[in-house]
Design a protein around this ligand. Structure first.
Ligand code: TPP
Ligand code: MG
Length: 347
């Protein structure tokens, strides 16, 4: 990857296996299969009333697993709702992420355990958090870096502008990973910018950018690896635009047939990232079709077992939402809590 040339042509495939050992390549496959199993099970659970509204990451597994694999364990990750499950790739229990989508306190993970910040649902607000973390780490003489995941729509937000302005000026050791999946719910990228690509936006902040095929796990790995090496060497931030096409609903509350073209979705699904990577591993003699299926099945079993554990826990009383939101609850919250408790007792 030549960062100074600023571009990787869209659709470029990783030419070789990037110098990764077979075990690392198969590890990436297991990571992607876990994210896929989590996503497919989560949608089923939501439909069965066992999870709340859920934001799918189907088709985003390559960019999530590829980026995570390029980081060191001490590098911090700042996810949006689309990357709710990336902590799993660092050993976060599956039960924790399932609980998060159930709105239960057990889903509130400790960011310090896996160096994974809490999910930001407000679009783009975590971009300045990631930049601030990275800058602070550098000032403390710590060589840990940060990576923020955000969407194409986030690049229209004020927080994105503030974060990138800051990152460029202080040369924060941060990777700004834009998941360009073509849509901000139903708003297309063409409504987010008149520029040719989102990576063009980075130039205005003095930040180099690369554009990669977000469906190619090795291309994302390579671009992120180069960006993180730059960051660690003191060369500052990099904007990585990972391009894909959202082949699934925005979230379980969405009706995508109102704006997605079904023919395009069907065509994109033909070369979705997990099948594509499995084909590449097969071509290199590293994984048979049967082994790929076994990996997928065992990852699905892990998610199912985790859901069984989550559902065995005793149900939470509704007042729990007041108990866990504030360390020091303001009086209004305390009186609301008391009122809810009295209502419960009266019933
Ligand atoms: C500040 C803010 N404004 C609006 C919303 C409502 N909203 C939720 S998802 C979304 C679209 C975001 O699109 P994008 O940044 O492309 O991310 P993607 O969902 O495609 O991963 C919007 C506008 C929000 N969550 N936060
Ligand atoms: Mg988007």
């Amino acid at each position: 990857v030549s960062i100074s040339s600023d571009r990787i042509p869209e659709g470029e495939r990783a030419s070789a296996l990037d110098g990764l050992e077979p075990e690392e390549l198969l590890g990436l496959h297991r990571d992607m299969a876990l994210l896929r199993a989590f996503d497919e099970q989560a949608v089923a659970y939501q439909r069965q009333g066992r999870l709340g509204t859920y934001a799918l990451h189907w088709g985003h597994e390559a960019m999530q697993a590829g980026a995570l694999a390029a980081l060191e364990a001490a590098d911090w990750v700042f996810p949006s709702y689309r990357e709710s499950a990336v902590g799993l790739l660092r050993g976060m229990p599956i039960e924790t992420v399932l609980s998060w989508w159930r709105g239960e306190p057990a889903g509130a993970w400790d960011p310090y355990e896996q160096s994974v910040a809490n999910v930001c649902v407000p679009i783009g607000t975590h971009v300045p958090h990631a930049v601030g973390y990275a800058w602070g780490a550098r000032m403390n003489g710590d060589d840990s870096c940060a990576l923020a995941f955000f969407g194409d729509g986030a690049t229209s937000e004020g927080a994105f502008h503030e974060g990138l302005t800051f990152a460029g000026v202080v040369r924060a050791p941060v990777v700004l990973l834009c998941n360009n999946n073509g849509w901000a719910i139903s708003t297309p990228v063409s409504s987010q910018t008149a520029a040719e690509s989102l990576s063009d936006k980075a130039a205005g902040y003095g930040i180099p950018a690369v554009r990669v095929d977000g469906g190619d796990v090795l291309a994302v790995y390579r671009a992120t690896r180069t960006a993180i090496e730059r960051a660690r060497a003191g060369a500052g931030p990099t904007f990585v635009e990972a391009v894909t096409y959202r082949m699934a609903p925005h979230a379980t509350a969405d009706e995508p047939s109102l704006y997605l073209d079904p023919e395009r979705v069907a065509a994109e699904r033909e070369h979705e990232c997990l099948v594509r990577y499995e084909r590449a591993l097969q071509e290199h003699g590293l994984l048979s079709a049967g082994e790929a299926e076994q990996v997928r099945q065992s990852r699905k079993d892990e998610v199912r077992a985790a859901m069984a554990v989550v559902e065995q826990r005793s149900p939470q009383p509704p007042t729990v939402m007041f108990d866990v939101a504030f360390g020091d609850p303001p009086p209004g919250v305390l009186s609301d809590r008391d009122e809810l408790e009295r209502e419960g007792e009266a019933r």
